[in-house]
Design a protein around this ligand. Structure first.
Ligand SMILES: Nc1ncnc2c1ncn2[C@@H]1O[C@H](COP(=O)(O)OP(=O)(O)OP(=O)(O)O)[C@@H](O)[C@H]1O
Length: 257
């Protein structure tokens, strides 16, 4: 199981949104961090097949995803940012609708819906209308739809946006559980969401991948680069300090609220 991104560029007219990004992902959770405008959405849109790069390629197990077409869609799950979720549908009706779009047979759909509802702990409320769900429940329903067809690659866009701290913690546990047999890539502004669950963090700045490594390696690097005065003040550094170090004043604390 391998996703390789090779020299990926994307230009919008004169604007270079991605400037030749290369990296490889294997089983596990990866956090994609970057300030507004760094190219995260562009990268996610290319990885989900909604946009084509200007040059470079994306390979799933050595096959170009553009040529894979429908076969790539089969291994891909996408959790979009929270959106209007058919408020008058029940949870189970929404998942049946998604299963039909994905071409699952009714037998497969029944089995997979049962499984997905169980994983995201929504079985009890699956007959209730989505309008009655809390933010956390809606987010878990979005995850359920993304794992219906048992994807090998799961891409998540700000999966904890709008959730309270308890729901965020539940979401993190759920992501770890789901990732046991998948590649999970999470794009977020919320550093704490990916700090402890990611095997690697990717830092995107102005269309370039400036760092990719484990949380501990990135923290250590920043520590080494600090001058001795700052080092003395810095007791325990964390991923937030790494973010601040590379993205400086572009860091917006309101993203954490
Ligand atoms: N359709 C477009 N036409 C022109 N420029 C674009 C277009 N889409 C994005 N851009 C520009 O490309 C750059 C990268 O945008 P992108 O949306 O990928 O960043 P981002 O990191 O996802 O930001 P955000 O977190 O705000 O969504 C930005 O400078 C943006 O203004």
């Amino acid at each position: 199981m391998e996703l390789i991104i090779e020299s990926l560029r994307k230009n919008y007219g004169q604007k270079e949104a991605l400037k030749g990004v290369s990296f490889a992902l294997h089983q596990g959770v990866y956090g994609l961090l970057g300030p507004n405008g760094s190219g995260k959405s562009t990268l996610m849109n290319i990885l989900t097949g909604n946009l084509q790069g200007t040059s470079g390629k994306v390979l799933w197990n050595d096959q170009n995803i553009v040529q894979m077409g429908k076969d790539y869609r089969k291994i891909l799950g996408y959790v979009p940012q929270q959106q209007a979720l058919y408020p008058d549908f029940t949870g189970v009706r929404f998942l049946s609708y998604i299963a039909a779009l994905q071409g699952l047979t009714s037998r497969e759909a029944k089995e997979r819906i049962h499984y997905a509802l169980d994983v995201v702990e929504l079985s009890d409320v699956s007959g209730k209308k989505i309008r009655t769900y809390s933010g956390g429940m809606k987010q878990r329903l979005l995850i359920a739809q993304a794992i219906l067809a048992d994807p090998k690659l799961l891409i998540m866009d700000e999966p904890t946006a709008g959730l309270d701290p308890k729901q965020r913690a539940l979401m993190r546990n759920l992501i770890v559980e789901i990732a046991s047999d998948k590649i999970v890539l999470i794009a977020t502004h919320v550093v704490s969401d990916v700090e402890w669950i990611s095997k690697e963090i990717l830092l995107l700045k102005e269309g370039e991948l400036i760092r990719k490594g484990s949380r501990d390696c990135l923290v250590e690097e920043v520590k080494e680069n600090m001058d001795s005065v700052m080092k003395k003040d810095a007791k325990e550094l964390g991923l937030e300090d790494v973010y601040l170090y590379y993205f400086g004043e572009q860091y917006d604390e309101t993203d954490l609220l």
